[in-house]
Design a binder for this molecule. Structure first.
Ligand code: AMP
Ligand code: MN
Ligand code: ZN
Length: 681
């Protein structure tokens, strides 16, 4: 675009804002105040003098709306939103449009600014080439529900690869955590999961004789046996570079079998997983990286999902084979969930780093500190569902395990040399690592109080109607997420839940305004969601007490923050007086409250409230059930007043994670058989 014409356009816009548009709008507004409305309108409408011009205006308005809806310059090839059926909704419709355009404008401005910054940094700005204004939305998702594109190359998916050389330049590409056009691996690779609101079954574990708990293979082992003191610093050999190390991408059963054979020959290997939890309900392991002293492997855990357990399970469980992982807390649970793999004999370099009190505990730091490798952690949060894997991502994934065995050697030496007779640091690493392995994966279950965990809720200061909406929306998104195998955050993010509850929209137009094209599932079920909101508002009495309680706790936590601020000799805001009036000065209460960690304010508030009101279930449970029944064929049911006051609100503990259920042996066997059809080695 010519600089001159840009200037002209900008001037035209400015004069429009300052001149005719603003003037017309203000005239319109003042005249509209004189128009009769409601009953008056119907009265006046009996007279032709009023009726005819009113009708004319209505027709004109409708045709103007039609023009807007069909304007090619506004919509291009994009399908415009359908015209509102009711005139009442026209206002919301227009406001939505307006918001959309303002948003587009904002995005274009952001793009423009960032591209100008880049050009300035790279010295191009002064070249006199002028700037190119980027139009349209930033790579906005254009997914149609349940419809997928087949082609998925990095460029077709809009991903820019980061190269290490670019790291030093100012304009570094950001790796997106979500690529909306990736075909769903669940569909592509026929990945079957159980998203039911029922506890996870650990079908590969034995039950204790008294049937009280599941037995982790580690239970029968002694941590002391894992400790390996046989190492001399001068014997440690630095691993070959990535380029000189053989690498295998394991995509078929045959290669997996070969990997398993190789692991049988070694007595230690390093492991890491890449994961995605945005586009599935429980989360999906996307890759498994394994490094031996000689080779790197990356296992495609989509293609080989059901085969990984049968081929690798025994090696992971084998107490004579050391597994080295970094920060394995989540990996341990993902291994259990997706492959039925339980780990024995783990050395967690993250734990070792803590015990050695290194400057930082990240893998990035350990690579730098021990291996003099500057890792590129750009891809840590990438969308690992992408296939085929771009070379850069393969390289990144390999780096996560390639050096781990070497780091393990060096750390072992360090741990031995810093240990004392009372403080056996190496043993402590194994104790901590074993504790991590002994955790059991638990599925997140929806309860009648799950909504209390929506991030930001305790600070929202909601009334009972708003809380009821939060609860209803949470139940709705949970159900949709389980059915569609998406994360609840993908269906409707917490921020949107809180925003909708705050505004309590009651017409489809006003609800659409929150949704826009960002939350397709809400858009598809607009009426159902609207009914949930209305139902929640009509039956919110069950939430009155909790609303009061949440507000009280919020004020108290603000007060604690204030008193902490006083203690640290900064200025005391007015919160302190709030606290004094609200907590009635009970000394014990005060102490209890002060013990709360400020960092965990949200969960503390929820936790305290939960504990206090744990008791009978009743009305909030009923409302949740009502909501669940109401999806997708919504029926509005009347709510009864809660029977037990406060107590009625909390039936169960927070974000209930169920204990593994007892099962008899034959049942367990059946489940194993159905779990995986692949034969072990
Ligand atoms: P890592 O342990 O670094 O291999 O990370 C394993 C997985 O955890 C990644 O594939 C991501 O899904 C997730 N993850 C790690 N770091 C982050 C982060 N900073 N933000 C979001 N997700 C992360
Ligand atoms: Mn990891
Ligand atoms: Zn990793």
């Amino acid at each position: 675009m010519e600089a001159e014409s840009v200037e002209q356009k900008a001037e035209a816009l400015e004069s429009l804002i300052a001149g005719p548009l603003a003037y017309s709008a203000s005239r319109l507004l003042s005249h509209s105040r004189g128009l009769p409305s409601d009953k008056d309108f119907h009265f006046y409408n009996n007279f032709d003098e009023f009726k005819l011009p009113a009708r004319e205006i209505a027709t004109k308005t409708e045709s103007s709306l039609g023009e807007v809806a069909s304007s090619i310059s506004l919509w291009g090839s994009k399908k415009p939103p359908p015209l509102p059926e009711e005139l009442e909704e026209a206002y919301d419709w227009l406001v939505n449009l307006n918001d959309d355009f303002l948003e587009k404008f904002g995005i274009s401005m952001d793009d423009f600014r960032s591209s100008r910054e880049k050009q300035e940094q790279s010295g191009m700005a002064a070249s006199g080439d002028g700037f190119q204004l980027v139009c349209g939305k930033k790579k906005k998702k254009d997914i149609v529900l349940n419809q997928e594109k087949t082609e998925a190359t990095p460029s077709s998916l809009g991903i820019k690869m980061v190269s290490r050389d670019q790291k030093t330049t100012a304009a570094r590409a950001k790796v997106p955590f979500h690529l909306p056009n990736i075909p769903r691996p669940q569909t592509q690779f026929n990945i079957l999961v159980n998203n039911n609101n029922t506890p996870f079954q650990h079908v590969w574990l034995e039950m204790s004789e008294d049937e009280s708990h599941l037995i982790h293979p580690l239970e029968k082992l002694s941590v002391v046996d894992f400790v390996d003191r046989n190492i001399k610093e001068d014997e440690i050999i630095k691993p070959l570079s990535l380029e000189r190390t053989p690498f295998k991408l394991v995509e078929g059963v045959k290669e997996l079998k070969e990997l398993a054979s190789k692991l049988r020959e070694v007595d230690e290997f390093a492991v890491d997983l890449e994961h995605n939890n945005y586009r599935s309900f429980l989360g999906l392991t996307c890759l498994m990286q394994i490094s031996t002293r000689m080779e790197d492997f990356i296992v495609d855990t989509f293609k080989l999902r059901v085969h990984i357990g049968p081929y690798l399970r025994e090696h992971f469980k084998d107490p004579l084979k050391k597994k080295v992982m970094h920060g394995a807390d989540r990996d341990i649970l993902w291994l259990q969930r997706d492959f039925g793999i339980y780990v024995c004999n783990l050395f967690d370099t993250g734990q070792a780093s803590r015990l050695l009190q290194l400057e930082r505990n990240s893998l990035e730091y350990l690579l730098h500190h021990f291996c003099d490798v500057e890792a590129n952690k750009e891809y840590q949060n990438a969308d690992w569902r992408i296939r085929p894997l771009p070379d850069e991502m393969i390289k990144y994934a390999r780096e996560d395990t390639h050096y781990l065995l070497h780091i393990y050697d060096l750390m072992r030496c360090k741990l031995l040399s810093t240990s004392s007779s009372e403080n056996d640091l190496l043993l402590e690493v194994y104790k901590r690592s074993s504790d991590i392995c002994m955790q059991f994966y638990e599925k997140e279950l929806l309860t009648d109080i799950s909504y209390l965990h929506v991030y930001g809720l305790s600070e929202a200061g909601f009334n009972s109607q708003q809380l009821a909406i939060v609860s209803g929306l949470c139940a709705w998104r949970d159900k949709v997420a389980r059915e569609e195998d998406e994360s609840t955050g993908y269906i409707l993010p917490n921020k949107a839940v809180l925003e909708i509850a705050r505004q309590m929209p009651q017409t489809s137009g006003s609800l659409r305004r929150f949704v826009k094209s960002k939350h397709q599932y809400v858009e598809c079920q607009l009426n159902a969601v609207l009914k949930i909101i209305k139902n929640a508002m009509a039956n919110s009495s069950a939430f009155e007490d909790i609303a009061v309680e949440l507000r009280k706790k919020h004020i108290e936590s603000l007060a604690i923050q204030a008193s902490e601020a006083v203690n640290s000799e900064s200025v005391a805001p007015n919160y302190l007086s709030l606290y004094q009036t609200s907590s009635a000065g009970s000394c014990q209460e005060e102490k209890k409250m002060q013990q709360l960690s400020l960092l965990d304010a949200q969960s503390d508030i929820v936790g305290t409230v939960e504990k206090e009101y744990k008791g009978t279930t009743a009305s909030s449970q009923m409302l949740m059930e009502t909501t669940l029944q109401a999806i997708p064929t919504v029926s509005v049911q009347a709510m009864k007043k809660p029977a037990g006051g406060f107590g009625a609100l909390f039936g169960n503990s927070s974000r209930r994670k169920a204990k593994p259920l007892n099962r008899n042996v034959s049942e367990q066997e059946k489940m194993r058989a159905s779990w995986s059809k692949s034969k072990p080695l």
